[in-house]
Write a protein that binds this ligand. Structure first.
Ligand code: GDP
Ligand code: MG
Length: 443
């Protein structure tokens, strides 16, 4: 497939703008790639249509050919489809107990994932309690006990002769006495969706307060996994999904459709049988895995980096002429975010990394700095375009409006404008002195 794509890329003449033909040609192959990766047919159809609409007429970035430009857009849209951000399991505030119910078909990986999750929570300083609600196979209880022991977490079980809902209720009382703050219910699956199973899960939900229902699906089952997710969500309601067995040779297209079909995020992915093989879900990684076009994506990154560099050059020229304004400020902030936030930028830049350490910036302080940046951003977004381009316009009444818009005190606006002016002065000096060839983030 990759070869085919390469050929398409070669055949398309380099043009400044994507034509309908470019897009259609490239999308044909991409559609095939998505279907081969087990992405749900309807999802693919809608998706291709959206991309087509977005892509036609777009400028082709320097360094890319039209086919690659389409891949770039496809990649971005895939990431969006999966929800763009990593999602954490939502816990109850304070010391309240969070009850998590694991659901899914038999063999999906519920029991294994329950133990894996317990390990993650333990690392975060939580005290989880695992509850054996699969009463149909003695081996299931034993399996949870063994895994729990491996993870060093307690397992609550009442054997096979109680209803799962009652076990859950008793487990919760135990957790209160025992000061557990997370209770994970490992339930029984069936080979196929069936009413008994759904009724049993519903009964648990009716008996105890379940805060998070997490569906476990097996990536190897491809499209079926998506149907299962839809069924579970329709019948009992789920809060998030964990996709297991992504260590296999599946492309993982099921992972893509889940969010599109259920609207619920993927939380983690299972990457092996070992209890440590549970990873946070990153939409970007999943998108490149599904597309299977690592090379093209690397190329795209490079092209993007060049654009950033061009922007940076322009900015440094502006700085020398002291034309730097709030628009540029926003731009450089978003560039920094693309690089992974303040913390990682500080540690990446040789000079600043050292500076960060010298100043003794710990995680808390970095978090504080990032919060301040977010407030600054809010203030800049509350400015009109004119104000951003010409900060001299900012008189008291305008500042007042901005403060209101950003939900901050006017003194904060004053402080930011002052800081901005100081920075501008400083950057201008640096530009003149030529101590640095390239523009640096002004933070
Ligand atoms: P349950 O029936 O849903 O409780 O499923 P289990 O937790 O018993 O898992 C079924 C099988 O899948 C076991 O052999 C697990 O070791 C295996 N398994 C679970 N998660 C993963 C995973 O992420 N990768 C691989 N390769 N195997 C997994
Ligand atoms: Mg099980």
């Amino acid at each position: 497939l990759t070869e085919k794509l390469q050929n398409i890329f070669k055949n398309l003449r380099s043009k400044g703008r994507l034509t309908e033909d470019d897009v259609k040609e490239a999308l044909k192959e991409i559609k095939r790639a998505l279907l081969a990766a087990d992405v749900n047919f309807k999802v693919v159809k809608d998706f291709i249509k959206n991309v087509q609409e977005r892509a036609i007429g777009q400028d082709v970035m320097n360094g890319l050919n039209p086919g690659q430009m389409v891949v770039k857009i496809v990649n971005e849209e895939l990431v969006k489809l999966m929800g763009s951000e990593t999602t954490e399991i939502k816990l109850q505030p304070g010391s309240a107990i969070t009850v998590i119910m694991m659901a899914g078909l038999q063999g999906a990986g519920k029991t294994t994932t329950t133990a894996k999750l317990a390990g993650k929570f333990k690392l975060k300083g939580k005290k989880p309690l695992l509850v054996a609600c699969d009463v149909y196979r003695p081996a299931a209880i034993k399996q949870l006990q063994i895994n729990g022991e491996k993870q060093g977490v307690e397992v609550f079980s009442m054997g096979e002769n109680h209803k799962p809902a009652n076990i859950a209720k008793a487990a919760l009382l135990h957790a209160q006495k025992n000061k557990n703050n997370i209770v994970i219910l490992d339930t029984a699956g069936r080979l196929h969706i069936d009413e008994d199973m759904m009724a049993e899960l519903q009964e648990i939900k009716d008996t105890v307060d379940v805060h998070q229902t997490i569906l476990v699906i097996d990536a190897m089952t491809g499209q079926d996994a998506v149907n299962v997710a839809k069924d579970f969500n329709d019948k009992i309601g789920i809060d998030g999904v964990i996709v297991t067995k992504l260590d296999g040779d599946t492309r993982g297209g099921a992972a893509l459709s889940v969010k599109a079909v259920t609207g619920k995020p993927i939380l983690y992915v299972g990457m092996g049988e070992k209890l440590s093989d549970l990873e946070q879900f990153y939409p970007e990684r999943m998108a490149s895995r599904i597309l299977g076009m690592g090379d093209v994506l690397t190329l795209i990154e490079k092209a993007e980096a060049e654009i950033d560099e061009e922007k940076a050059k322009k900015m440094s020229q502006k700085l020398k002429k002291a034309q730097f304004d709030f628009e540029d400020y926003l731009d450089s902030m978003s560039q920094m975010k693309n690089m992974g936030g303040l913390g990682s930028v500080m540690s990446m830049l040789p000079g600043l990394g050292g500076m960060g350490k010298m100043k003794g910036l710990d995680d808390d302080q970095t978090a504080q700095a990032e919060k301040n940046l977010a407030r600054m951003e809010a203030m800049i977004y509350s400015m009109t375009l004119e104000e951003r381009r010409n900060p001299d316009l900012l008189n008291p009444s305008r500042k007042h409006r901005i403060a209101k818009g950003a939900g901050v005190d006017i003194s904060e606006v004053n402080r930011m404008v002052k800081q901005f002016n100081e920075m501008k002065k400083m950057m201008k000096m640096m530009g003149k002195g030529g101590r640095r060839g390239k523009f640096r983030m002004p933070f």
